[in-house]
Design a protein around this ligand. Structure first.
Ligand SMILES: Cc1cc2nc3c(=O)[nH]c(=O)nc-3n(C[C@H](O)[C@H](O)[C@H](O)COP(=O)(O)OP(=O)(O)OC[C@H]3O[C@@H](n4cnc5c(N)ncnc54)[C@H](O)[C@@H]3O)c2cc1C
Length: 400
């Protein structure tokens, strides 16, 4: 494999797999290092708005996702205070044709499996499972990448390296050890259930968002609408770093037991039989993303609160822009690669910082209590669905 056009991508999450496909599409050879032995069913549902689905469709993923991704008809904004829906934002076919790409809800495992299948079919990409990034040493010919599989340590020369290794990124620690994720004081509880377990009116193709005092709840169909994904965000002190841990059902039921939550919200919580929880950590905006021929992408660069449902979306956008910037410089060698990485960061950082701010602000609005919650509900009703949707058009209308 020619080192002069080989890019190492660390991490086979949504960001790393998408970046690999985008880079291979620009003529690079790609080696993906993934520390786990198998890409397992980690995470739960993901909402992918048109800004992200558009990139995936351009990479040829649409047919692979046809059986699992669901296009919801609408987002129902529900108020725990009012006990009912206060706005319904239309999605479905009309929104798809307006945006030129669908709004999808999908199980993370289904998306990762589709990306992996696409990667496996691409002769220019090699996915090394059970292989961990250890070090990268720059020199005149590019970089020497040090990796470990079990007891075997290996070194290879590459043109560039992309750290798509998530919030606890080893690549970021290597480049910028001072940058540390911060605990948000919030915990995400995630679980799924069979759609047939719920009464019919709760299994329609809708994203249900329940806003309540200091917490919120989101439910939507995934896996071809056979399952419902439920996410509850509540305050908490449990802050174990990592991907997820089993959650105690009694604890989450208690968090929603108060009469301030209507029976429908409590029914959704009660119907999930296995919960997993994530302590929500974020990275502050304004940090560095690149150093020479190395760049960070996705959660490794900008882990954010999930309230705008854009963490994976931003990783997917990063992938498209990184490949474009590198593609424009691939025949020019060393300094041009480093300049391309800087161009990528400059193009991405303002938008990602705005999405991070929007996510924080959205979370505060979702969790309002008392008279402020009443004012919020009134404002949403007054604004109406079209203006509510228009508030997000700067996110959804993005194109690479
Ligand atoms: C509750 C919740 C709800 C969310 N909902 C949405 C949503 O609706 N829409 C949305 O767009 N986003 C959502 N997100 C965010 C989204 O899940 C993440 O932003 C996204 O998965 C990040 O992808 P990534 O590829 O950057 O990192 P990851 O998915 O974390 O992947 C990193 C990969 O790197 C590997 N790795 C780590 N270290 C090494 C190493 N040293 N060597 C080799 N491999 C390594 C890991 O094993 C992993 O496979 C949500 C997040 C949460 C917590």
């Amino acid at each position: 494999m020619a080192a002069s056009r080989t890019v190492f991508v660390v991490g086979a999450g949504i960001g790393g797999l998408t970046a690999s496909l985008a880079l291979a599409g620009r003529g690079f050879r790609v080696v993906i290092l993934e520390k786990t032995e198998r890409l397992e069913e980690a995470g739960a549902g993901l909402q992918l708005s048109p800004n992200a689905s558009r990139v995936l469709i351009e990479l040829g993923l649409q047919s692979r996702l046809a059986a699992s991704a669901v296009t919801p008809d609408a987002i129902s904004i529900m108020s725990a205070r009012a006990g009912c829906e206060i706005a319904r934002l239309p999605l479905g076919e009309a929104a798809t044709s307006r945006a030129g790409a669908p709004y999808w809800v999908v199980h993370r495992a289904d998306l990762q499996a589709a990306l992996q299948a696409q990667v496996n079919d691409n002769p220019d990409i090699e996915l090394r499972l059970g292989c961990q990034f250890e070090d990268a040493v720059p020199h005149t010919k590019g970089l020497t990448v040090v990796q470990r599989s079990g007891m075997t340590r290996q070194q290879e020369v590459a043109m560039a390296l992309v750290g798509a290794d998530g919030i606890w990124s080893a690549v970021r620690s290597h480049l910028f050890p001072q940058t540390q994720p911060q605990f948000s004081g919030l915990i995400a509880w995630r679980g799924t259930l069979e759609a047939t377990q719920l009464p019919r009116e709760h299994t329609s193709r809708r994203v249900q968002l329940w806003m309540g005092p200091n917490a919120h709840l989101v439910a939507y169909p995934i896996s071809g609408a056979r399952r419902i994904n439920v996410v509850a965000i509540v305050p908490g002190a449990w802050n174990r770093p990592g991907w997820s841990a089993p959650g105690d059902m009694t604890e989450i039921k208690n968090a929603f037991a108060s009469p301030q939550w209507p029976p429908t919200a409590r029914m959704l919580i009660g119907a999930v039989d296995e919960w997993r929880k994530w302590a929500l950590f974020t990275l502050a905006g304004g940090g560095e993303w690149t150093n020479g021929a190395i760049a960070l992408l996705g959660d490794a660069a900008h882990a954010m609160l999930p309230f705008a449902a854009q963490g994976a979306g931003m990783a997917i956008e990063d992938a498209a822009i990184l490949a474009k910037c590198l593609g424009e410089s691939q025949h020019e060698g060393g300094p041009a690669i480093s300049a391309a990485m800087q161009r990528y960061a400059r193009l991405r950082q303002p938008r990602v910082a705005r999405v991070q701010r929007f996510a924080r602000q959205t979370g505060r609005i979702y969790h309002l209590t008392g008279p402020a919650a009443y004012a919020r509900d009134l404002a949403i009703k007054t604004m109406g669905p079209q203006r509510m949707l228009a508030r997000q058009s700067w996110i959804y209308d993005w194109r690479a």
